[in-house]
Design a protein around this ligand. Structure first.
Ligand SMILES: [Zn+2]
Length: 180
């Protein structure tokens, strides 16, 4: 599913993390497609080393998110990895003319290292910024997905009410129906 933050989208490329996980970034082709869908198609085709780099950032990010949402102290090596990636310069941004006479923001095509930097910087902004209080992990047993609860009430429990939320409601209904 789509999240509003690219760092959470990266973490979400492991599906069913707490059950039987499957990895959406298993190979360079998958990584290339994932980057392209987020406007981060890099200057060169991703290779196996880039896959390793993204997966390492993803797992460090996941452990950090668990830690900062109440799961204990962050691991120093995870913080160091995120910081190292975030320290890399991000792609240049510029204003370019539009045919209608206005201006629009354009982001330069990133190198694979710059694409990693975009994701790492987003994680730094999330963990070190005002959205942290709205960061939650999906309550479904096997899911493990993190999301930022932007609902006014702040009472969102699932990454998606259509999938995890629906399954939980069905299970709760069955539980009630089974009682004598
Ligand atoms: Zn979920």
């Amino acid at each position: 599913m789509r999240h509003e933050r690219v760092c959470l989208e990266l973490v979400g490329t492991v599906r069913g993390r707490l059950g039987e996980p499957s990895d959406d970034l298993a190979d360079p082709v998958s990584l290339a497609g994932w980057l392209a869908r987020r406007g981060l198609r890099p200057t060169e085709e991703p290779d196996a080393a880039h896959v390793t780099g993204f997966r390492a950032l993803r797992e460090a990010s996941y452990r950090l998110l668990v830690a900062v949402t109440g799961g204990g102290a962050p691991r120093p090596d995870d913080v160091a990895l995120v910081n190292r990636r975030a320290a890399h310069p991000a792609p240049a941004v510029s204003l370019v003319d539009t045919p209608g006479g206005g201006l629009r923001r354009e982001v330069a095509v990133p190198t694979p290292e710059q694409a990693l930097a975009v994701v790492a910087r987003d994680l730094v902004d999330l963990v070190g910024g005002p959205d942290l209080v709205r960061l939650h992990q999906c309550e479904a047993d096997v899911c493990g997905t993190f999301f930022v609860d932007t609902s006014r009430a702040g009472s969102r429990r699932w990454c998606s009410s259509a999938t995890c939320g629906n399954r939980a409601r069905v299970a709760a209904h069955r539980g009630r129906a089974a009682q004598p």
